[in-house]
Each structure stands twice: as C-alpha cells, then as structure tokens.
Design a protein around this ligand. Structure first.
Ligand SMILES: *Cc1c(COP(=O)(O)O)cnc(C)c1O
Length: 417
C-alpha cells in the first residue's frame, strides 16, 4: 500500500509497503485485523511483530545470498525474547552486546559457540559470564584481551576469542558510520598483528575476525565495496594469526527504506558480490566461514508501532492528532535517533487505510516537548478520536532504543503475532 498521498508531483514518496494486507479498510497483521489485534493486546500503544514476515525475510536472505554464508542475528535490533526464540532456529548464530542479551541468547537454545559477544568496555562480570558459558568473546582492545585471559585462567577455561578490527577505510553512504579513523570500536587494523601475536602466546583460542563498518546502508555498490575491502583486510591480517580464523564476520548494516525516496536494497546484487568474496576466502584460507550479522534487515520491516488518537485539535489551521504514544516509545520515528534532518517514517491510519478523504495532519505524542512528533504534516485519511495510528518499519531499534522513562508514562506492550 502507499502510506501517504503524494502532495506534489516531484516530491519523493515512501516506498510501497507490500508486506501487509488491507481488508475492509483495516490493516491486517498476523492474519488479524488491526482493531482485533488491539483488543487482543488489551491496550495501546503496542508494538506487533509478524513472525511470518521475519521468516520470509530470512528465507529471502538464504535465497539471495550464497549458501556458504552463515547468517547471524544481531539481538540489539530487537531483543524481545519471543522474537529471539523464533529466530534462533532459523539462523546460524546470534550476536550479543551485553550480559542481558546474553541471557536471552542462551535461553533460546543457540549453541554458545555460535554466540558472539561484541561491544567496547565489557565488564569483568560480563566477560566471566560469557567465558563460563563458552561464548565467543569479540575483543575490542588489548585491555580486554588481558582481561579475557585473566578470567579464563581463573575459570580454568581457554576462552574463544575473536578480534574486532577497526579498519582503515570507511563505508560510503552509511546511515551510521562505525569504522575508519579513530573509533571506540575494535582494534586499529595497523596494531592487530601485534595483538594476534600476543593472543598466540596466551591461553586464548583465536577463532576469527569481526569487522563491521556501519548501519542502515541502502546502496548495494557501497555494501559490496565495503565487503570486498573487509575480506581483503581480514585475509591480510590472517597471515599474522596464530591459526587460520574459523570465521570472518563481515558485519551487518543492510538498510531498509524508512523515508520518502528510500528504495529497498536488491539482495541478489549483494549476493553476487558475496559469491566472489566466498570464492576468494576459500582460495586463500580454505574452510574459513564468512558470517553476516544482520539486525535491522531481519526484523525491521516485520514490525509496527500502534497508538490511539486521544485528541484531535486544530491550531491556526493545522490539524493535530494527539496520540497516546510517541518519542518515549519510538525515538527513531520521532526523528531523534541519529537523524540530522527530521523525516517521516511511513505512517497510516490503521482502521481507515484507504479512506479517500485526506488532510494534512501532525501526529504528535503526549510529551511536553515539541520533539514529540511521529508524523509531521502528513497527508493522511481524516482521522478521529480512538482511531489507530500505525508506524511502519518499527521492528528494529524501536522499544529498546527509546527513552521509556522520559515523562513517566506506561511502557507499551509488545507481541509477536
Ligand atoms: C548493531 C550491530 C549490528 C547490526 O547492525 P544492523 O544495522 O542492525 O544490521 C551488527 N554487528 C554489530 C557489532 C553491531 O554493533
């Protein structure tokens, strides 16, 4: 469905949302009409994630990417235990970035060796729990290497470690750059050989490299280019490793279309690039696995955020829909999670999807700050109190990426449907 009527002929519009059906003017999710889902949840606002869509997306990845690629799910995108439990049997591994995520990952039944723990500044307690569980620790600094070593000897366990590399190149056109230049992530590529040499002399088992350049990239050429540079860097560094790496984790970062003008990425193009990288790694290293760890791309499009209209007011000619949710539940949709210029997520009136009569409406939340906007001057069907406002593309970096305590409102519900 198109989410917003184009206001002018040349203005960019949101990409079509094809994943969800509309029946009797109502959005359908998980085979149920939105109003029934809202009754079932028992309150608004809520997040709903469609399990069929998650499964379909992972199927598309398996289909579009080389068979030899291992797929990991990066839990921070959506750590809801039901979601992680659903995904775990469909992927080859899980990536975590805290002890909290570690518990969710272990509870899912995933083999601990297929769980990797990245993130700067891991505490000794976190390292202890991870090493005791047999999880792969992704080292982000030399200090962390020493800590992992000390924890391992205390436990009588030889920790499995990977080295996170801060590469000497940047990912073009990435929404959020995480590499190149001085960074808090990883160990600078130029000192990695030194660290590898030290790992070889310590009671540590070196298992792989982790190189992640950035998030929310919608350009296939930029992704392919970064993956190629990543693989070449890993192959170069592998020469200094105590043993051939079991895996090279080349990160995630596949984007999804959020804003007017954004287009979905073409998976088969990236797949063709990866085919060459797999070949190259096989030729140089033999059976080293290439791993992709995706968060947003696996779950982002499967989820919606739903809130209810509490008030409809007109201020000097502009219609405002005041809803019961907002920035505190969905920071990213409010435009305050790393955006430079605020743009609208795709938004609809979920119980009047195709009503022909539209008007320009501001969708705002109940917080006492002008930043609390879910949709600015959007051309939407004329809405009334108690209607359901739906924000699409809300399956990743939604609930847990939001300042839930701000203004002390109740937290939203979450369902996997
Ligand atoms: C956040 C993160 C990911 C997932 O990124 P997406 O853009 O959601 O795919 C993968 N790896 C690491 C190390 C991360 O920090």
């Amino acid at each position: 469905m198109t989410t917003e009527k184009a206001q002018g002929t040349n203005l960019p519009v949101h990409a079509e949302i094809e994943a969800f059906e509309v029946v009797d003017n109502s959005l359908v999710i998980g085979g149920q009409r939105l109003v029934d889902v809202a009754s079932r949840v028992g309150k608004t606002p809520f997040y709903a994630y469609d399990r069929q869509l998650i499964e379909k997306r992972i199927g598309q990845l398996r289909e579009g990417l080389p068979q030899d690629i291992d797929l990991h799910y990066a839990i921070k995108a959506n750590p809801m235990p039901a979601v992680v439990n659903f995904i775990a049997p469909l992927v080859d591994g899980l990536d975590i970035a805290s002890a909290g995520e570690m518990h969710v990952a272990l509870d899912s039944g995933m083999d601990p060796r297929e769980i990797s723990f990245a993130g700067p500044g891991k505490s000794v307690e976190e390292l202890t729990q991870a090493i005791a569980a047999g999880i792969t620790v992704t080292l982000e600094s030399e200090t962390e290497m020493e800590r992992a070593c000390a924890v391992g000897s205390g436990l009588g366990i030889r920790p499995r470690v990977a080295v996170r590399v801060n590469p000497d190149f940047e990912l073009k056109a990435s929404g959020m750059k995480m590499s190149g230049g001085p960074k808090q992530f990883g160990i600078d590529a130029e000192i990695v050989p030194q660290i590898l040499e030290k790992i070889g002399r310590r009671a540590l088992e070196f298992v792989g490299f982790h190189i992640f350049c950035g998030s929310q990239n919608l350009r296939e050429d930029a992704i392919i280019d970064a993956q190629q540079k990543t693989v070449e860097l890993a192959l170069k560094l592998a020469a200094a490793a105590p043993q051939a790496p079991a895996f090279i984790n080349i990160g995630g970062g596949f984007g999804i279309p959020y804003f007017p003008g954004d287009k979905p990425i073409q998976l088969h193009e990236i797949g063709a690039g990866l085919e060459r990288h797999v070949e190259r790694v096989r030729n140089v290293l033999g059976d080293t696995k290439l791993v992709l760890e995706l968060g947003r791309y696996m779950v982002g499009e499967s989820g919606i955020y739903v809130c209810r209209v509490r008030d409809r007011k007109v201020s000097r000619g502009q219609v405002f829909l005041v809803v019961d949710g907002g920035l505190h539940h969905h920071l990213a949709a409010s435009g305050n999670f790393g955006q430079v210029i605020r743009k609208n997520y795709p938004v609809i009136i979920g119980n009047r999807v195709e009503s022909p009569e539209t008007e320009s409406q501001m969708v705002v939340g109940p917080l006492c700050t002008p930043l609390d906007i879910l949709g600015a001057a959007m051309e939407l069907p004329v809405a009334q109190i108690d209607d359901l406002v739906v924000v699409f593309q809300s399956g990743a970096y939604g609930l847990t990426a939001s300042p839930l305590g701000f203004l002390s409102h109740p937290v939203p519900a979450e369902i996997l449907i």
